[in-house]
Design a protein. Structure first.
Length: 388
């Protein structure tokens, strides 16, 4: 391996480590999209950006950019990185995926994926039972378990709301979640791991055409809606696998289209805002997420290479803990805290402060909780984070 290749591999590893925390922050922004200027619970995608003049347009545009654009790119990039890392140990010279390799990968992911997946859902379930059944007396324990379909809490007990359409007007049905909603990603990642031999064979045999085929299936919304088999996983995970199986460096490959990715991202964002609250939603396409994902990866590579923004090690290590914890208890109560601190009318400034501070303080509280858990209960923390 040449010195240049080693440098590229080192930079790639640093970028992958660095990018995960901003992506987690994006996930947090997805789960609190701010409050409407006019009040009420109407989803922002059913409201015009100019809800109440230019000031509301600026506020709503920021919500679209952070919660519906940047945030929605986070999970696809996580799938891509996961697929890349999963097959990374395979060398291009003797690129084989043996039974021994498969079992080794399964045992490894049992610790890093399955155990945290079950533990966090149990924690979320216990918190909900304590607060809803025993403290607020909203329903009986039997009614609670029946409502959430008993053991379906670990797979498909929650149905998403609303729907979207792709660029051809084809409907995308809501996703179905486990009881801890954000963990649909972990659930689908586990399924991708189980089907990794098939993914490897498909990508290895068809090479770049495998990516093209999956892109067409995803873009045309032809993939069946089956819990655990979301197209998000079965496009982005194989895409990452493609780069890894054929020995491609993500930084090198994405930088080949660096300037076009920036230009196209600006166009995609403009179209997203222009067509907001209309039938055509260009960013709802896989292509839009792909363009933005490549651009964000390129931007991250430049930041890391030039040392412009250094994320503290504690923040980098806490990213899975933040992801798992933020919707269980923290985000809702952080919002209540800022509703108490800033209880006055729905002014644009007040709403903007609540929107950003609720999400950023949610991240901060989760990082603090991770630090306390790691300090006081290191073994428990290791189980909860899969040894990360």
């Amino acid at each position: 391996m040449s010195v240049e290749s080693q440098n590229h591999d080192t930079l790639q590893s640093k970028v992958i480590d660095w990018i995960k925390f901003p992506l987690i922050v994006g996930v947090v922004f997805v789960h609190f999209k701010g409050m409407n200027v006019s009040g009420g619970d109407v989803p922002i995608d059913q409201l015009p950006l100019f809800e109440d003049g230019w000031s509301s347009a600026i506020y709503n545009s920021l919500r679209v950019l952070f919660s519906y654009t940047f945030g929605n790119v986070s999970v696809p990039l996580f799938f891509l990185i996961s697929g890349f890392l999963f097959f990374r140990s395979l060398k291009p010279a003797d690129n084989t995926f043996s039974v021994e390799t498969y079992w080794y990968k399964l045992k490894s992911r049992f610790k890093t994926l399955l155990i945290p997946y079950v533990l966090w859902i149990v924690i979320c379930l216990c918190v909900s039972i304590i607060t809803g059944v025993f403290l607020k007396h909203e329903c009986s324990l039997a009614d609670f378990l029946e409502k959430n379909n008993y053991f379906h809490v670990f797979w498909d007990s929650q149905k998403g709301s609303g729907h979207s359409v792709n660029i051809w007007g084809m409907e995308r049905l809501p996703n179905i979640y486990p009881f801890l909603n954000p963990f649909w990603y972990v659930r689908d990642l586990i399924v991708c791991v189980l089907f990794s031999p098939l993914i490897y064979w498909f990508v290895r045999k068809l090479k770049f055409f495998s990516v093209v085929i999956l892109w067409l299936v995803a873009e045309m919304n032809l993939w069946p809606q089956i819990p655990g088999f979301h197209m998000g996983g079965f496009f982005w995970f194989p895409l990452g696998a493609y780069f890894s199986i054929f020995g491609k460096n993500l930084v090198v490959e994405f930088r080949k289209v660096k300037i076009p990715s920036y230009i196209l991202s600006a166009i995609v964002i403009f179209l997203k805002l222009y067509f907001w609250n209309k039938t055509l939603l260009p960013l709802g396409s896989v292509t839009g997420y792909l363009i933005l994902g490549v651009a964000f990866f390129n931007l991250s590579a430049d930041i890391v290479e030039k040392g412009l923004i250094k994320i503290p090690k504690l923040f980098l290590e806490s990213q899975f803990f933040v992801y798992a914890l933020h919707t269980i208890f923290v985000q809702t109560n952080t919002k209540k805290l800022f509703d108490f601190i800033l209880p006055f009318d729905h002014s644009i400034l007040c709403l903007g402060v609540k929107y950003f501070m609720t999400n950023l303080m949610t991240v901060a509280f989760c990082v603090l909780a991770y630090w306390l858990c790691r300090t006081l209960f290191p073994r428990i923390c290791s189980l909860l984070t899969g040894g990360r």
